[in-house]
Design a protein around this ligand. Structure first.
Ligand SMILES: Cc1cc2nc3c(=O)[nH]c(=O)nc-3n(C[C@H](O)[C@H](O)[C@H](O)COP(=O)(O)OP(=O)(O)OC[C@H]3O[C@@H](n4cnc5c(N)ncnc54)[C@H](O)[C@@H]3O)c2cc1C
Length: 426
């Protein structure tokens, strides 16, 4: 392909979504006056994805309510937003400063002085026979959600493949619309990567109570149908009739550009606590990265959340400007499934103990996770006050005594205060 003469763009941010927009915004907030170009392949103004499987799918939120910022924001902050361009190649002309060139599939060439990768990921595909039949949907962008919403209106039998957050939210939306819904999960419990068995079990029962069939240990082997999906075949020989399928089986981070640059990649673009890649002149943020644990600074975790995209983008902006910044942040996440509001603070993966606070039968409770006696995370179902307190405690590097948090007659807020008061006296 012949490329255009280079367009000189200053800092180039590839990927115009949650992380990319935050990075551009933070550069301005931190005082950068250099040119900033925020480039993405989507045609729309950068928008929020969480409502795509929640309010937008339910029809409670219109498309124009999704935009993260209105058009005027970009002009008033001198952020050059380029939409509808896909960067297919990138190279550094000066690996020390991070200057280089990017080439788009539309034939444009951009000469940049600094580079940030905020390229997110794409939904993991079902690679089984029939995987390309019509009626099988993934939910990553607005067009996916519009297509799903349209077909959902006419569907009767919906099968959701994947019992993670996106799948369960889509299942709740389909069930609320009166559809016959089955969730098929290959593992032995729902949301297994993110929550404890107590919360998985509760959610399975809560969805069942609302009329959804939940099948665990159920492996999809094929989709069948003529042109359109008609059934989902399972490994145990069961065939589930379906006229609509939603697949939510995870995300594959986009690493191609990082690989072209020779950056370290390991199930995501590897970054340090300051969002710097293995070439410290190049930064990356959001769903495309793996990073040290945001509370402990150890290990490598990939966090797919708005909070992570935003906080990492803030760190990346500081790094590009050579500024130091506080790297510790409390991860948080939410998921709305029917009338169940699940709120998560911290990362529970390494817990060795947990305490259930409240009675799951009331659909209002929290699970607090501990490691070596210290609080590391919580999942709250319809218990926002617990969630807020745990977020604050983790932010303050504090803890709550495990033998006391199960007592619902004492609010966590009061418990937090009494713990701090005793610490102050000691
Ligand atoms: C349906 C759904 C529900 C969710 N619900 C929640 C929730 O309840 N709470 C929560 O915290 N998080 C939720 N998330 C996750 C959250 O939306 C993501 O963590 C967040 O969007 C990550 O932002 P990002 O900028 O890193 O990546 P993305 O949002 O994936 O953006 C990357 C952008 O880069 C573009 N791009 C990639 N490569 C190129 C290239 N080579 N050239 C040009 N453009 C490129 C992509 O098209 C995309 O627009 C949800 C996500 C989905 C899909």
């Amino acid at each position: 392909m012949n490329f255009s003469d280079p367009e000189h763009v200053g800092t180039l941010i590839v990927g115009a979504s949650q992380a990319g927009l935050q990075l551009a915004t933070s550069l301005r907030e931190l005082g950068s006056a250099d040119p900033i170009t925020l480039l993405g392949d989507e045609a729309r103004l950068p928008y929020q994805r969480p409502p795509l499987s929640k309010a937008f799918l339910h029809g409670d939120l219109a498309e124009d309510g999704l935009a993260l910022r209105d058009e005027g924001f970009y002009a008033s902050n001198a952020i050059d937003l380029i939409r509808g361009e896909w960067v297919e190649a990138v190279r550094l002309t000066d690996p020390v400063t991070g200057a280089g060139e990017a080439y788009t599939s539309g034939g444009r060439r951009f000469a940049f002085t600094k580079l940030a990768l905020t390229v997110g990921g794409s939904p993991r595909r079902m690679r089984v026979p029939g995987g390309n039949l019509a009626g099988i949907h993934y939910v990553r962008d607005v067009d996916d959600a519009i297509g799903l919403r349209r077909e959902l209106a006419a569907a009767e039998r919906v099968v959701v493949v994947g019992g993670g957050f996106v799948g369960l939210e889509a299942a709740a939306a389909a069930r609320a619309a009166g559809k016959d819904v089955t969730v098929v999960e290959a593992g032995d419990r729902l949301m297994a990567r993110a929550v404890a068995p107590a919360v998985s079990d509760f959610c399975a029962e809560a969805h069942r109570r609302r009329g959804t069939t939940v099948r665990l240990d159920a492996v999809v082997t094929a989709f069948t149908g003529a042109e359109r999906v008609q059934a989902v075949e399972l490994g145990d020989g069961v065939s589930l009739p379906a006229d609509l399928v939603v697949v939510g089986i995870g995300l594959e981070p986009r690493t191609e550009l990082a690989e072209q640059l020779g950056l370290r990649v390991d199930r995501g673009i590897v970054v340090d606590a300051h969002a710097r890649t293995s070439n410290p002149a190049v930064v990356a943020a959001g769903d495309c990265t793996v990073r040290p644990h945001p509370l402990t600074g150890h290990g490598q975790v990939r966090i797919e959340s708005v909070q992570n995209a935003v906080s990492q983008a803030q760190l990346a902006a500081a790094s590009l400007l050579g500024l130091s910044s506080k790297t510790r942040s409390v991860p948080w996440f939410w998921s709305d499934q029917a009338d169940l509001k699940l709120q998560i603070a911290g990362l529970s993966a390494s817990y060795d103990d947990y305490v259930v606070r409240g009675d799951p039968a009331t659909e209002r409770f929290s699970v607090l996770y501990y490691k070596a006696g210290r609080l590391i995370a919580s999942d709250s179902v319809n218990a926002p006050r617990d969630y807020v307190v745990v977020r604050k405690v983790l932010g303050d590097e504090g803890t709550l005594p495990p033998h006391l948090v199960g007592d619902v007659s004492v609010s966590l807020k009061d418990l937090m205060r009494s713990v701090s008061a005793s610490a102050a006296i000691a």
